[in-house]
Design a protein around this ligand. Sequence first.
Ligand code: UTP
Length: 469
Amino acid sequence: MQKNDLVGRLAPFQQQHVLRFWDDLSPAGQKRLAEQVLALDLPLLARLFAGEQQHVDWVEVSRRAEPAPAVRIADRESTTGGKLGFTRAAAIARGKHALAAGEIGIVLVAGGQGSRLGFEHPKGMYPIGPVSKATLLQIHCEKVVALSRTYKATPLYLMTSPLTHEEQLDFLAKHNRFGLAEDDLVPFCQGTMPAVDAATGKLLLESRGALFESPDGHGGMVAALAKSGAIDHMRRRGVKHLFYLQVDNPLVPIGDPEFIGYHLLAESELTSMAVAKQEPMDKLGNFAMIDGKASIIEYSDFPRDVAEQRDATGGLKFWAGSIAVHMFGVAFLERMLSLKDALPFHIARKKVPHVGGDGKMVNPAEPNALKFERFIFDLLPQAKNPLVVEFAEAEVFAPLKNAPGAPKDTEAYVHQFLLAQHAAWLRAVGASVADGSRVEISPLYALDAEQVKQRVKPGEQFGGDRYLR
Ligand code: UTP
């Protein structure tokens, strides 16, 4: 590729400065930079910088929102299944049937940078097991192995990013995929987006020979599934629905038959797991219906007067907080791929170190750049028959987001949830767990309280630090 050809592409968008150091680069360096430039969608970047993406007035929208259709915990516990009429027994049977028919795949997104945690490897490699020190990836993979043993081989689609791809794949290879069969682990790499200077819209250079780029958000999953061939793999394997989760939450009940069952009984294209908010302004996305379409309104956009509204029973009208666990129909994702711009870009102001015009590094003290990301939950408004299913927070949600010292979502916080859950499973079958003892249960030993019942006898005693595997 000649420099002139690249200038020809960049100049109409006033971005030719990215070639400022071209003549100092080696032929290989020039080739790499040329590839980055050729992959840019320059008209899109110009539109995003010009603010041409749809602007939503969330305060106005929130005021006319209604709660989303939901199966609440009380409905799950009632014999009639509540308003929607799907009983727990029917949902579990339907979910188990789909798992046994091999129709369910798991999609785990692990392409993020994990900047808040400050861990030097991809977050999935964080040793989170309170006793075992099992990593997040090990826990997720072993849940999928356990599902495959209980029902039928269930493939795991693992989304990485250029930042996390190689290291995670090496790690998984070193550990024999934690027991997953070769055809049951399908890694796929998400795309990236460049960052631009917030004042001028100019592309930023990470080094003299490379644009600054970062992963394009968990919403990048949809395009990456198609581009990588993962959707073809689903077709070949007969996978019709995907259970989606994020790498940082080791509590997710991966492949929970009841959750899958509600999704199928409701003929929903997108079903989401929710927890009941404790406080109106809890930092969770809010499920809501807007003009008949499901949406998540981020907590930072949700006005207090709406958040504080109550329903007839005195509970929060907008009780449903998102924990980023969903079921998607594969046909729905394919329909989304055929729509242009089904997922909009969100713009965030961030501090981005970059090479200045004089070739020296600039380390900004304040946010200087715009980054562009897609969010998976923006698929919600497109989904037919959307549904929310409530689960107890203690059973499903403890994400590892922050370094020690933060009030929530730290390693200590996650440990507390995992240990409390496993002790509760043991106590539910009549076993005893001594105060102060730490008993961790591997997914290969039991996936849930039901499976613990098959392994542990009433009256059995557990003390000290134990890892049941
Ligand atoms: P977060 O938004 O919490 O980001 O991602 P993060 O990268 O883990 O952490 P911070 O914000 O930098 O501290 C939620 C989930 O989405 C995945 C992450 O790996 C995590 O599982 N994700 C995020 C992607 O897979 N790709 C992305 O581009 C962004």
